[in-house]
Design a protein around this ligand. Sequence first.
Ligand SMILES: Nc1nc2c(c(=O)[nH]1)N[C@H]1C(S)=C(S)[C@@H](COP(=O)(O)O)O[C@H]1N2
Ligand SMILES: [Mo]
Length: 210
Amino acid sequence: MGQPVERESGEAAQSELPPGQRIQRGWPVTHYGPVPKFRPERWEFRVFGATADGEKQCWNHDEFTALPHTTVVADLHCVTKFSMLGAEWGGVPARTILDIAPPAPAVTHVMVWAEYGFSSNLRLADFAAERTIFATHKDGELLTAEHGFPLRLVVPHLYAWKGPKWVRGVEYMTADRRGFWEERGYHNLGDPWREQRYSYQEVPGDGPDL
Ligand SMILES: Nc1nc2c(c(=O)[nH]1)N[C@H]1C(S)=C(S)[C@@H](COP(=O)(O)O)O[C@H]1N2
Ligand SMILES: [Mo]
């Protein structure tokens, strides 16, 4: 797809395979636990923790759906070694959330929370990256339940476990804390171009003590 593009992080061109990955035909479903049922009247997206004004902010489903949308073309790299290339994700950029619900200056990391307490931690810079998106659509179609409807995070430059399906909110944090898979043996940072798959590969500074 298109010409190779230089990226700040040294990330290779979009739709190139990171080391150790192979292309998967179709779109497999990969997650831990059951697929949650979507109840629109109970759904809300919450931003909490170290916000700039100390208040939490909530959007119901109609309000969240009304936020400005954009599209991002990005690959999905599962740590179990399959990749899906060139999907077009539609949704709300993470940067928009940072703009409308700004973090306090001391915030360094975020925890992205999903149904059933699933979570993943990200450095603020990874969350704020230009292509990080809360996706409602893939290739012009609403997400299906098993792929995260009504909302999933896509962090194009990290392994896919860093993008929770069935997202319900973001916690702003002033120190790093491990999320669900990061506590269970996956790398705290998860850069597929550096093959940061497992926590035993971490070097001091990559994450909080296990
Ligand atoms: N809530 C939740 N989100 C999750 C996971 C999970 O276990 N729970 N697994 C992650 C992993 S490991 C991958 S590879 C992708 C898979 O997304 P897909 O099923 O749409 O291909 O979802 C990610 N998001
Ligand atoms: Mo995965």
